[in-house]
Ligand binder design. Structure first.
Ligand code: FAD
Length: 559
């Protein structure tokens, strides 16, 4: 059965790929500037992505709370999980300097940014420093942002998976290929556009999760599968820092994000605090240990000093009640509270074992400039898909806004180009048709599990070396050839899952190449054949880009 192409080409000034936090904020900003906007979202923007059920910490700089010394603010935020060496200082300055604007916008569209009635900063904080993580109630954030985007004129196409970026003869963006998965039979959708924002989130499921048999038990959104990074790479965009894939931490085996919401102390099996940051549970600061060193739980399991626990036995009744019945609800992780209730577990008496998990790419990815544009003219990126700026929900919203504003200017400078006869249309139609005809009957899960094994065993977080990485890269390339030859899908949903795996394989390859090329040990990249840290690379990002069959690896200075 040939996969059909929708008769009508969708035409717009600005296509947004992914209606998560970054995508919706970009739609609002671009709509305000009066350009035509389409948001293509794989799920439903009212409840999709990492912020689907809510978020509760918004890193920001509010001058009336933090004072006028912006340099101090930058230094202090840099010590939290939203800082660190893996973002360009100018990009960090950009998101922080415009963060208050977005806080006010969110408040104006009905997101409760002051549940206590005043600006209240809690959690993810370094003791002794000012606090920057605004404690808000984000449980309605996705529906509020969706309404605001629609009110500003955005057309939202839910159940639409974008799979390819189209560039024209002059190298700039001209369109995209998507698949409508709302019915049993998939339908190809061709989009003609002058500019695109990739806001498709992180790359989960590249490595095995904490419960490999339950692939979707993931602290991040398991539907974010590196599509943005993969499409951008295939189209020739520059990516940064893929080899520095990292992870998250939280209740072991019950993978829920939101570690900053816990009010307790990271402790050993005897209940003794094992970090130097706090000696008493603090609602104001949280426990920054899991932000600074999320791999510690895994490391302690490996060296035998584990397990490690979140110990709330000394948290006050008032704080416990607040954490379980307010904070976790705002963050959309109150399934944890339900689980504790159903099992009659009281945090007053029991510590909860924490684990390190969710290894993948989040803020390792597309390299963007101060306007959020990638190295391809007209192709923007924002949020967790980006490789050189962080900030989580706040960074995603602000960089999304910057992208929307700039795209509104950019589209005035370029003409529309017809994409009907673009060569990738026929190529992709042939691929989708082959997959829907059943291939050789292999299921996407077979490829998914093989991919995760290869990533974990040959490009894992414990040890890497030339021989391991070379072997792994060979296996990955064999997997790609085998997957293209043998995978099949029975319906639109399975086609989406299959395309996710092909995307993940496509970003696995540059990750391997970058890991091979980084001949040193740094953070989670541990080379047994280059055990030292090369200080010449201290202030540098590694980049990769592909032009046809040629792959260019480089190191660039942070800016
Ligand atoms: C439980 C939890 C709690 C968190 N709490 C906080 C917090 O309190 N504070 C904080 O700062 N951060 C928090 N985070 C992180 C925060 O949610 C993310 O940093 C933020 O959502 C990133 O925004 P984004 O737009 O990049 O991606 P997302 O919001 O994840 O959106 C990506 C969107 O892209 C869509 N998509 C993916 N692939 C495609 C495709 N091929 N085509 C079309 N659409 C596609 C997805 O369906 C999704 O809607 C939390 C994360 C989790 C999981």
């Amino acid at each position: 059965m040939t996969v059909k192409i929708r008769n009508e080409i969708v035409k717009t000034d600005f296509l947004i790929v992914g209606g998560g936090i970054a995508g919706l904020q970009a739609a609002i900003a671009a709509g305000e500037k009066g350009i035509d906007v389409v948001v293509a979202e794989k799920a439903d923007t009212r409840r999709s992505g990492c912020g689907a059920n809510g978020n509760d910490h918004f890193a920001c700089y509010i001058p009336e709370c933090h004072g006028d010394d912006f340099d101090l603010v930058l230094r202090q935020v840099n010590m939290t999980m939203d800082g660190g060496p893996w973002q360009d200082p100018s990009m960090m300055k950009l998101w922080l300097s415009r963060s208050y604007e977005v806080v006010q916008k969110w408040e104006s569209i009905g997101i409760n940014m002051r549940p206590t009635g005043k600006w209240n900063f809690e959690g993810h904080s370094v003791p002794g420093n000012q606090r920057y993580h605004l404690k808000f109630d984000g449980k309605n954030q996705k529906s509020a942002l969706t309404q605001a985007a629609i009110a500003n004129g955005a057309r939202i196409m839910n159940k639409t998976v974008v799979n390819e970026i189209l560039t024209g003869d002059d190298g700039r963006v001209v369109g995209a290929i998507a698949v409508d998965i709302s019915q049993d039979a998939p339908e190809m959708v061709i989009i003609q556009t002058k500019s695109i924002l990739i806001a498709a989130g992180a790359a989960s499921r590249l490595y095995p999760g904490i419960t490999p048999a339950y692939m979707f038990n993931d602290a991040g959104c398991p539907a974010n599968t590196g599509a943005g990074q993969a499409m951008a790479y295939r189209a020739g965009a520059r990516l940064a820092n893929l080899e520095m894939a990292g992870g998250h931490a939280g209740p072991r085996y019950f993978a829920r994000g939101g570690k900053g919401t816990w009010i307790g102390l990271t402790s050993d099996i005897h209940g003794k605090c094992i970090t130097p940051y706090q000696d008493k549970p603090s609602r104001q600061n949280g426990d920054i240990a899991s932000d600074i060193w999320p791999g510690s739980y895994r490391d302690r399991m490996r060296d035998g000093t584990g397990p490690s626990y979140m110990n709330c036995t000394e948290t006050t009744d008032e704080d416990l009640d607040y954490m379980l019945h307010e904070a976790m609800v705002s963050e959309g992780i109150d399934s944890l509270t339900d689980q504790l209730d159903q099992r009659n577990i009281s945090l007053r008496d029991s510590m909860i074992e924490f684990g390190s998990y969710n290894i993948g790419l989040s803020t390792q990815g597309i390299d963007i400039d101060i306007h959020a544009m990638s190295s391809i003219p007209g192709l923007y990126a924002a949020g967790n898909v980006v490789g050189n700026v962080k900030g989580n929900v706040s960074g995603a919203a602000i960089i999304g806004m910057v992208a929307g504003e700039h795209a509104a200017e950019y589209v005035k400078t370029v003409d529309e180009v017809s994409v009907e006869a673009h060569p990738l249309v026929a190529e992709k139609q042939a691929l989708y048709t082959r997959l829907m005809e059943g291939g050789k009957g292999a299921h996407w899960k077979e490829a998914a599990s093989t991919l995760q094994n290869i990533m974990n065993d040959y490009a894992g977080l414990y040890v890497r070396s030339e021989s391991l990485l070379t072997a792994g890269l060979t296996y990955l390339r064999q997997l790609k050839a085998e997957a293209l030859d043998s995978l099949g899908a029975e319906n639109a949903h399975e086609l989406m899952r299959t395309l996710e795996i092909l995307d993940l394989i496509d970003i696995g390859e540059p990750l391997f190449l970058m890991a091979l090329n980084r001949r040193e040990t740094r953070a989670s990249h541990k080379r047994s054949d280059y055990t030292y840290t090369n200080m010449l690379l201290n202030d540098k990002f590694q980049t990769i880009e592909k032009h046809g069959d040629e792959v260019v690896l480089d190191y660039r200075a942070r800016w």
